[in-house]
Design a protein around this ligand. Structure first.
Ligand code: A2P
Length: 338
């Protein structure tokens, strides 16, 4: 692969920071790295491969000569600036939900539908899916290919880092306050998140589901390229800093045993099976944090139906759920298409 001029938009955020780290760790061939954020971040320097790079303020003129733009500064920033960047020849890999369901914009998880990256040519934009959806489809794609998935029932236990840096601070400040018998302050979430579970991620929609829940429904069908899969989701924010956990129940078209699922997933790309209950071994958020794999365990047959499987799926939401998935897309884009 030749090297590329890369920009990270939202470089000072939780995901942007991780994008810089992942580009460095995977030795992505970067010719020049441009770091963009709001004017508030002027004066901040970030480090890449030991070199200090100043953060610049994002403007319409930020993209001249940039070939790949990794965007994670919020949906409204992407809506405005991704088309501007694309018009200047920069391929945008967008981590927000702004373009995910636009029919001619590819929504990509490299382990599942790498071929869709070719569709970047339509608009110069590739969408990175929702963090909870990514780890679920990484775990389910091999099963879908083997026996067909009819229906998915998922409940999530999502880390606060998915909301950004301010939410990470809110969980620590509330925890400190409560342990010192002080009043916790809730600014980012509508209720106290410390020592609590909030069945409310993103906004409520007319059908009574949250937007996060409907992202899981709609994005799964698009990434798997199968509108027939039935999906229902309950998404919950829990007081965990990093890594989302998910209870996933599936009904398959053909019967598959728990042992067969274990065997199938043991060679699946991006998956690590951790499933040894007699040794108290199962995927844990604290062990997945900082790792690249999607961890799957507690694999059991659902005894209430003929063809059902239960799984516990855990992955670092900032890495595979965001930054790593985006950089993996950039790697394929670079080596196959640019
Ligand atoms: P800044 O730090 O300058 O506000 P997080 O998701 O962790 O909250 O991070 C959000 C990222 O998006 C940050 O890098 C933030 O930059 C950036 N951002 C927010 N608003 C804007 C904006 N209006 N223009 C450019 N970048 C923005």
């Amino acid at each position: 692969m030749r090297s590329y001029n890369v920009a990270v938009v939202g470089a000072t955020g939780a995901v942007g920071n991780e994008m810089i780290k992942v580009l460095e760790q995977r030795n992505f061939p970067v010719k020049k790295l441009t770091l963009l954020a709001s004017e508030r971040s002027l004066g901040i320097d970030l480090t890449f491969h030991g070199k200090s790079i100043p953060v610049e303020a994002l403007t319409e003129n930020s993209f001249a000569g940039i070939e790949i733009g990794l965007f994670s500064a919020g949906g409204s920033i992407s809506e405005k600036y991704a088309p501007i960047a694309a018009a200047q020849g920069c391929v945008v890999i967008d981590n927000t939900s702004a373009f995910r369901m636009v029919p001619d914009i590819p929504l990509v998880v490299p382990e599942v539908n790498p071929g869709a990256i070719a569709l970047y040519k339509n608009r110069g934009i590739i969408a990175n899916p929702n963090c909870s959806t990514i780890q679920m489809v990484v775990a389910l794609k091999p099963i879908h290919d083997a026996v067909g998935i009819k229906r998915i029932v998922v409940s999530t236990y999502q880390a606060v880092s998915g909301t950004g840096k301010k939410a990470i601070d809110e969980l620590s400040l509330q925890t400190q306050a409560l342990l010192s018998f002080k009043e916790p302050v809730a600014k980012v979430y509508p209720h106290q998140i410390a020592f609590n579970c909030l069945p409310h991620i993103d906004v409520f929609l007319e059908n009574g589901y949250t937007k996060e829940e409907m992202k899981m429904v709609n994005e799964t069908k698009k990434i798997m390229d199968d509108q027939s899969i039935m999906v229902t989701a309950t998404t919950v924010r829990v007081p965990v800093f990093y890594s989302h956990s998910e209870s996933v129940n599936i009904e398959t078209k053909k019967k598959i045993t728990a042992d067969e699922v274990r065997k199938l997933l043991s060679t699946a790309p991006g998956v690590m099976v951790v499933d040894n209950p007699s040794n108290k071994e199962y995927p844990l958020a604290i062990n997945a944090a900082g790792r690249d794999e999607t961890f799957v365990g507690r694999i059991r047959e659902d005894e209430s139906i003929p063809n059902g499987i239960n799984l516990w799926v855990v992955s670092d939401n900032i890495r595979k759920g965001a930054a790593l998935n985006a950089v993996q897309i950039a790697e394929i884009l670079g080596s196959k298409y640019l």
